[in-house]
Design a protein around this ligand. Sequence first.
Ligand code: ATP
Length: 404
Amino acid sequence: TPVLNNAYSKTEDNGQRGESSLPAFKTAKEQLWADQQKKHHQPQRVSGSSYGGVKKSLGAGRSRGILGKFVPPVPKQDGGDPGRGMQYKLRGAGAADRAHPMDERLKNLEPRMIELIMNEIMDQGPPVNWEDIAGVEFAKATIKEIVVWPMLRPDIFTGLRGPPKGILLFGPPGTGKTLIGKCIASQAGATFFSISASSLTSKWVGEGEKMVRALFAVARCQQPAVIFIDEIDSLLSQRGDGEHESSRRIKTEFLVQLDGAATSSEDRILVVGATNRPQEIDEAARRRLVKRLYIPLPEASARKQIVVNLMSRERCCLSEEELALVVQHSDGFSGADMTQLCREASLGPIRSLQAADIATVTPDQVRPIAYSDFENALRTVRPSVSPEDLELYENWNRTFGCGK
Ligand code: ATP
């Protein structure tokens, strides 16, 4: 379809990224075959039990992904975690290390889709740490326990302790759901795939179903993997009369893939769905996303942390009292609203310059950001979530959410 062609040619135009890091598909595929063949002829290194599968020196053997792409190593754990110091990564227990016919699965996929996934959906951004996410302490603690540790130590998180294959993050827009998805992947040393569900139905018209299949196949080859699906409600909404045949097929394929990941003990794939409209997700999908975590608006302490974090990179002269006032006056703001507030305030010193001076002023002649800049910013930046919407989230959390 023209839409798909556009998307694809965009990849080609955007050649720098592809050329610098991704080999042409043929080469990549050949690489994959070569890797697989090598594995067939190598003795199995790991019995899969306890420390037999633990290899120091991060990501060794995985520094190149199956398509020859660099896979970043597991970042250092933050302080206070039981996982602290766990700078090695489990190998061998997962399918990626065995002589599996996963190459066969990729063989039947369209090369352009694989390229698209590698270039546009597989995220190569900088790692995210837990401290980068202000507030949401309950969700962070739950996620560490039920998802990150099991991904790091599949040998002890077995049986009843086995991790869920799908979790749902729900709550108002701009509260850090995407950040959390990225953080899970960074902390678990997993490859991060991020896609918006609406793009499956709109961008890849008629191809969404194949795209879902290709996405899970590539993720399986790059595991451990986190597949983050934003606006998951548009993929898993309750079936209505108006539901298009193509959307229905995408949804069915997605549920099949999710079930496949859930029943295979080999697969280390976690699906993280995010939504601002949890009430639209139907029962079948809800059942599969077993952990449903509410990501609420940031409380005062979290709003303070966001301002302090952002201002620590700028010249700013807020006193403790002024900072407390900013926090007090931003009640009801989301994390994204707080970021917008700081951005707006940071323009204050520039606006106070004469237009003619902008061309000649040196950076140190720009005055620091002051409380008056926040006062002005608070006049223009308003909370993006209404109290009525909040009520909806809280109700849904009481009925279907897990935890606080
Ligand atoms: P949406 O539902 O609109 O996709 P989201 O919940 O996924 O939103 P993010 O995309 O993660 O929200 O957040 C948008 C931006 O807002 C982030 O890049 C970050 O700058 C800021 N932000 C949001 N929440 C937080 C938070 N808890 N801590 C720090 N920054 C935050």
